[in-house]
Design a protein around this ligand. Structure first.
Ligand SMILES: O=C(O)[C@H]1O[C@H](OP(=O)(O)OP(=O)(O)OC[C@H]2O[C@@H](n3ccc(=O)[nH]c3=O)[C@H](O)[C@@H]2O)[C@H](O)[C@@H](O)[C@@H]1O
Length: 451
């Protein structure tokens, strides 16, 4: 047995060791609490950063694939876009007019061909312009980014988002009382509709309805000018095509969705008093154009020595288009915006009848595809390898030809550029944009050529 002093010491030691254990347990408990909180914080931060990065990744491929399933994207992107004060500042700054009584226009599809040209024209005359574009990959997105760069040099900000994202649209209308929407975002291209039909429904029908829903609820309601298409005339044989002609024989799903857009516009005008103007564009071409269009890829293929398919009808007749130069189309769009009357509703309620219009914007002078190739041969200084083939049943129509007297009467629309002059400007842009140093350049750098 141990002496009493030793017993005391042992007890003391036991007590001290007990206290140490208690303290260390407390320490462990405290540190695990801390660890838990830190982990939670890190997890929240990760979710936040994921939310920031996710929308741009997903929207890059948005309408090129069937994305009816935009809900997750919508939630995430809304969380992101709703965020920053500097983002809101850019939105406000871009959309504020710099002239008295200037318009404040939301341009959807602003990184697109017609959208980028119209945005610049409006900004240059002092209107406020805010762009919206999802930068999808239907055609090379780097071309859209290059257009965005040009716009940003002119203080035009493009919000990266989808017209199906209603939270984002509402947010934009919360920030800016837009007077007008120029709605050009769409799934374009006639033949691609056979490959990816739902992308047309998603953008041209669902996206349009989504935009109209937000516009109808906005206070004040904006006036809307939007891109319909010459393709709505479908198999119409009366020429030139007039707005009074029937448009009930669409030859492609693309045409059917544009025709649906015109019917939907009627409904929103009728129920909610939205002022709506549909513009039927006729095969628009020019600098910064769309690579999926024939004049564009013919140029590329001819320069590369590849052959081109020149379509003829089933009974061997020429296929022709009323090719319309971009600057003429821009004048038409601006004219339509300037003559658009105010919407009459507010807060989703109609207060009186509102304006509902449809116009052809064409060139009034159709040119055959064969002639298009001849013009390009001269401009590019190359001989095309032509395959003359019967037009496949892919949604194409044999010819288009616009009567534009309505647009002339209502806003002075008068196309002034013939196909040769317009293509000369296109080719000049093409060789400079793609850095092609060749005889093409020398040919087109003559003192008479302008930009
Ligand atoms: O006016 C319109 O509404 C439409 O104009 C163009 O559609 P499209 O006229 O078919 O223009 P392209 O695809 O550039 O075709 C032009 C012409 O070249 C012909 N073509 C096309 C491709 C080809 O390989 N060979 C060929 O001869 C077509 O049949 C057509 O007659 C646009 O692509 C549509 O988005 C637009 O809505």
């Amino acid at each position: 047995m141990a002496p009493p002093d030793t017993i005391k010491t042992t007890k003391l030691e036991r007590y001290n060791s007990y206290i140490r254990r208690v303290n260390s347990t407390k320490l462990i408990a405290a540190s695990s609490k801390l660890l838990f909180r830190v982990t939670l914080l890190v997890a929240l931060l990760l979710i936040f950063f994921f939310t920031i990065n996710y929308p741009s990744l997903s929207s890059a491929n948005n309408t090129s694939h069937n994305n009816i399933h935009t809900t997750t994207h919508t939630l995430l992107s809304s969380a992101f876009y709703g965020g920053g004060a500097s983002w809101e500042k850019q939105v406000r700054h871009s959309s504020t007019p710099r002239r008295p009584n200037g318009l404040s226009v939301l341009v959807t599809g602003a990184a697109g061909f017609v959208g980028s040209h119209c945005s610049l024209a409006l900004k240059k005359r002092g209107d406020g312009v805010l762009g919206l574009d999802n930068f999808n990959s239907y055609y090379d997105p780097s071309l859209k980014r290059a257009r965005q760069d040009v716009l940003s040099k002119h203080q035009i900000f493009i919000v990266e988002g989808d017209i199906n994202d209603d939270e984002l649209l509402k947010k934009l209308f919360d920030i800016v009382p837009f007077t007008h929407i120029l709605h050009l975002a769409a799934q374009a291209g006639v033949r691609y509709a056979m490959q990816n039909p739902l992308s047309y429904v998603n953008s041209n029908v669902a996206g349009f309805v989504n935009l109209l829903e937000v516009a109808k609820a906005a206070d004040p309601q904006p006036a809307i000018v939007w891109a319909s298409s010459s393709s709505v005339y479908g198999l119409n044989t009366k020429i030139p095509f007039s707005e009074e002609h029937k448009t009930d024989q669409p030859a492609s799903l693309y045409a059917a969705t544009k025709k649906a857009g015109e019917a939907i516009a009627h409904t929103y005008n009728h129920i909610y008093g939205l002022s709506l103007t549909g513009l039927r564009f006729f095969t628009v071409y020019g600098p910064w154009g769309r690579p999926d269009m024939a004049y564009f890829f013919f140029t590329k293929d001819m320069i590369q020595g590849k052959s081109v398919n020149v379509y003829v009808t089933q009974d061997d007749k020429e296929v022709a288009r009323d090719f319309t130069y971009i600057d003429d189309i821009v004048k038409g769009c601006v004219g339509a915006l300037d003559t658009a009357e105010k919407s009459t509703g507010s807060g989703g309620k109609k207060r009186g009848p509102a304006q509902l219009r449809v116009y052809n914007l064409g060139n009034t002078s159709p040119v055959s595809v064969r002639k298009l190739v001849v013009i390009l041969e001269n401009l590019l200084n190359v001989k095309a390898k032509k395959n003359v083939v019967k037009m496949p049943r892919n949604g194409d129509v044999p010819f288009t030809h616009a009567n534009v007297s309505l647009a002339l009467r209502d806003f002075g629309y008068k196309p002034t550029t013939d196909l040769s002059s317009g293509l000369r400007k296109f080719v000049k842009w093409y060789v400079s944009y793609y850095g092609i140093q060749s005889r093409v350049k020398k040919e087109n750098d003559s003192p008479n050529s302008d930009d």
